[in-house]
Write a protein that binds this ligand. Structure first.
Ligand code: NAP
Length: 302
């Protein structure tokens, strides 16, 4: 790697970004951190050697390589292409890597905006929530030119375990949307099953023991049944972000003429939970949208 590529700007230090940036610092990269709420960047710098704070994405981008990890395409566009955005500080030949989950069409349009300035771009979203971000075992799926992927590989290896070059621009984003829609549908089905188990008066621990050892098992059973039953909805992955991903996936499917009836049902449930004020809770809160009839029934029972 050249000197420049040992430095990397990290924009967006939320649930995922902060531990990912910390792993880059632990791996020996000089991390130039920027976050909309500056205290989070200062906290990261105070607790990790090799992290410094920049006062704008443009200032951070002098590092030559930029990673963004913010909610959706308007925020990615703002931090990369907006006023004071990374594009103002990236040198020609620089590299921008967006690891947020956004629409593939947005990834391609951002790539076009950057390529006009001679800057390479990868859409490289991740799967795995905060625990995997913390221990550097995320799965990373990248779309974009092979040469950019090879340049980014040392950074990816510091944050992830499985690193896949999914294909051309936008394919990382598309794989990610399909993955999350599968997870969203699966978690919604789990929530319905648990609500039914409660309505039937089952011992849910025993029911889950059976499900976990049989054909009803899934990653969602392992990760989300506990929070759904305990009501501990501290966000590892916010419900509003899951809803965003399902909506992006449905929009892509509609544009391609593909039917996603299960995803449409899931979207209704996540929307209902978000409308109850649970958008900032973990997406396990989808149970609040399916459990209502069960609770109504138990209130009416003698
Ligand atoms: P988060 O905790 O809500 O953090 C969002 C980050 O974006 C914060 O740093 C926030 O800054 C920043 N931000 C929000 N609006 C902004 C704006 N208008 N301009 C600039 N910065 C802005 O979200 P997260 O869970 O880390 O998720 C980030 C991305 O990763 C999303 O696309 C999500 O879908 C995806 N993802 C999340 C998970 C997960 O399990 N959490 C897993 C895989 C992928 P402030 O600190 O100022 O609010």
């Amino acid at each position: 790697m050249s000197d420049k590529q040992t430095r990397v700007a990290f924009l967006g230090l939320g649930i995922m970004g902060a531990p990912m940036a910390a792993n880059l610092a632990r791996a020996g990269f000089e991390v130039v951190a920027w976050n909309r709420t500056a205290e989070k960047a200062e906290t990261l710098a105070a607790s990790h050697e090799g992290v410094t704070v920049a006062d704008s994405p443009a200032a951070a981008a002098a590092a030559g390589t930029v990673i963004s990890m913010v909610p959706d395409s308007p925020e990615v566009e703002a931090v990369l292409l907006g006023d004071g955005g990374a594009v103002e500080g990236l040198p020609e030949g620089g590299l921008a890597i967006d690891m947020s989950t956004i629409a593939p069409s947005a990834s391609r349009s951002i790539a076009d905006g950057l390529s006009e300035k001679g800057i390479a771009f990868l859409d490289a979203p991740v799967t795995g929530s905060r625990p995997k971000a913390e221990d550097g075992t995320l799965t990373i799926m990248a779309g974009g030119p092979e040469s950019a992927f090879e340049r980014a590989r040392p950074l990816f290896d510091a944050m992830g375990q499985l690193v896949v070059h999914a294909g051309p621009q936008g394919h990382g984003s598309m794989v990610k949307l399909i993955n999350n829609t599968l997870a969203a549908v699966n978690a919604a089905a789990l929530a319905e099953g648990l609500a039914l188990a409660r309505a039937a008066g089952l011992d849910t621990d025993r029911a889950l023991e059976v499900v976990a050892s049989g054909s009803g098992n899934s990653a969602m059973v392992a990760l989300k049944a506990g929070p759904m039953l305990s009501g501990d909805l501290e966000p590892l992955f916010k419900l509003e972000h899951m809803l965003k991903d399902v909506r992006h996936c449905l929009a892509e499917a509609r544009a391609l003429g593909a039917g996603l009836s299960l995803a449409e049902s899931a979207e209704r449930l996540y929307t209902e939970a978000a409308e109850k004020g649970l958008g900032g809770s973990d997406f396990a809160a989808v149970i609040e949208a399916v459990d209502r009839p069960a609770r109504a029934r138990s209130r009416n029972s003698p």
